[in-house]
Design a protein around this ligand. Structure first.
Ligand SMILES: Nc1ncnc2c1ncn2[C@@H]1O[C@H](COP(=O)(O)OP(=O)(O)OP(=O)(O)O)[C@@H](O)[C@H]1O
Ligand SMILES: [Mg+2]
Length: 429
């Protein structure tokens, strides 16, 4: 953390500088004007400023900082005569004030509080906004209360359920309800990593471990120490890494790539998959021992078509979310409600979100209509041949998976090769 000190009394300036520099990098000024000029070019996390100074008061300094870099924390040092004004200053954006004569321990304590605030904000940015968790149906309420109970323990959790049913949302919900909520929630999608990079990503590496490793690098189990690690699509974890990962789960210790000594980490694991993990075990794609280690507590997210009570509240939630696209739309038209309730949502909540987003773009009235929702395929058409229905269904599932053929095949319960063959028949892809 970078601190700037502004105190016109040279002796006090020296004393405070010495106290602060034991903990933080500090630049000290006796002239407020010089400090303001410095701050215009170089940023500081916190500014500690006196109030009564020649040429410019601490309040002027505050005002200038709040206009230029509002995220900078300002701590004012105030004598008896300026206490009332300092209270006003807090209303104008000062972080806090500290009475004179300054108790250096208190000053350091306040700076530590600022540091904690900054680090919390960074963590929150890393985690993204914990989007609100819509739950209306009894089944999802029951699941959420189970999740709240398991959140308080350190038990590993396995989340299963079709694509788009909210596994990642649930993983964050568990983290937010756990004692680790102030620490990092780190998510790795096992699909997105090259097998040879996986181990480094997870456990870090030592300098010289491979060509190009010019310094030590931390893995995710070190950066997220004390937090939660969400392993999405766990079924895609390379089979040769699985024994190492299992050992990590059992002993909490690991070797960074190229290291000869072990390190330890304290991290809670939540794994997720939209495939059937036991089937993967049976096919030899996933180690049975690892499966049982991870699957201490299983939460199955039901498909949206089996919790119809959530459809409308979720649709309304997405209308709010996409309000910036179309500020006119106030809700759903009566016929749209029926349309949504009867639709099967092969892509579950993600598909519903896409449908609402698209409808918000198209809608010209002040309520979303059946036409803009465009769920034509949900209305049974007696003239449709089986081939046409199959084609429509395959294309809509593919659409829901954003064109991912493997995921579409898993949802449809067919081999990926079938999808390729069908698309060829249709003259697509
Ligand atoms: N209970 C909920 N309340 C509000 N939004 C939700 C809820 N559950 C899921 N969503 C939204 O639905 C979308 C899909 O959720 P999520 O990414 O968690 O699904 P998933 O099960 O991880 O899917 P996949 O298996 O494809 O990775 C996201 O946009 C998410 O914000
Ligand atoms: Mg997911």
């Amino acid at each position: 953390m970078k601190v700037v000190l502004i105190e016109d009394d040279a002796t006090l300036n020296r004393v405070l500088k010495r106290a602060i520099e034991k903990y933080y990098s500090i630049t000290a000024f006796t002239s407020p004007a010089a400090a303001v000029e410095y701050l215009a070019d170089s940023s500081a996390d916190a500014v500690v400023s006196d109030i009564r100074m020649p040429g410019m008061t601490g309040f002027d300094v505050l005002e200038k900082i709040k206009t230029a870099t509002p995220e900078t924390y300002v701590l004012l040092m105030t004598g008896q005569s300026t206490i009332d004004e300092s209270v006003t200053a807090i209303k104008k954006g000062a972080y806090d004030y500290i009475p004179k004569p300054v108790d250096t321990e208190l000053l350091i304590y306040k700076l530590q509080m600022i540091e904690e605030n900054i680090s919390l904000k960074n963590t929150a940015d890393l985690q993204g906004r914990p989007g609100s968790f819509v739950m209306e149906s009894q089944s999802i309420k029951d699941i959420a209360s189970q999740a709240q109970r398991v959140a308080k323990s350190d038990t590993n959790v396995m989340l299963t359920g079709e694509t788009g049913t909210g596994k990642e949302v649930m993983a964050r919900y568990i983290h937010e309800n756990s004692n680790r909520r102030k620490k990092i929630f780190a998510a790795i999608n096992c699909c997105n990593l090259q097998p040879h990079l996986f181990e480094r990503e997870l456990f870090g590496h030592k300098k010289g471990a491979f060509t190009g490793a010019d310094k030590d690098s931390k893995g995710i189990v070190q950066t997220a120490y004390g937090g939660t690690l969400f392993l999405d699509e766990i079924g895609e974890m390379p089979i040769d890494l699985q024994p190492k990962f299992l050992r990590f789960l059992e002993t909490k210790s690991f070797y960074p790539v190229g290291a000869s000594t072990q390190e330890t980490s304290d991290i809670r694991i939540i794994a997720a998959t939209n495939r059937n993990p036991l089937e993967m075990v049976a096919k030899g794609l996933f180690r049975e021992d690892l499966y049982y280690r991870l699957n201490v507590f299983n939460i199955e997210l039901p498909p949206l078509r089996e919790r119809k009570d959530d459809i409308i509240p979720l649709a309304e939630h997405f209308i709010e979310k996409f309000r910036h696209i179309n500020t006119k739309v106030m809700g759903l038209e009566e016929s749209a409600l029926a349309c949504l309730r009867s639709y099967a949502f092969p892509g579950n909540i993600r598909e519903l979100s896409n449908i609402i987003e698209r409808a918000m773009i198209l809608e010209q009235t002040n309520r979303l209509t059946c036409a803009s929702l465009n769920l034509g395929c949900s209305v049974p058409d007696e003239d449709m041949t089986l081939d046409t229905i199959t084609r429509k269904h395959i294309l809509s599932v593919l659409d829901a998976h954003e064109g991912n053929k493997q995921k579409a095949a898993a949802t449809l319960g067919v081999d990926t090769s079938t999808i390729y063959r069908k698309l060829k028949e249709y003259g697509i892809g």
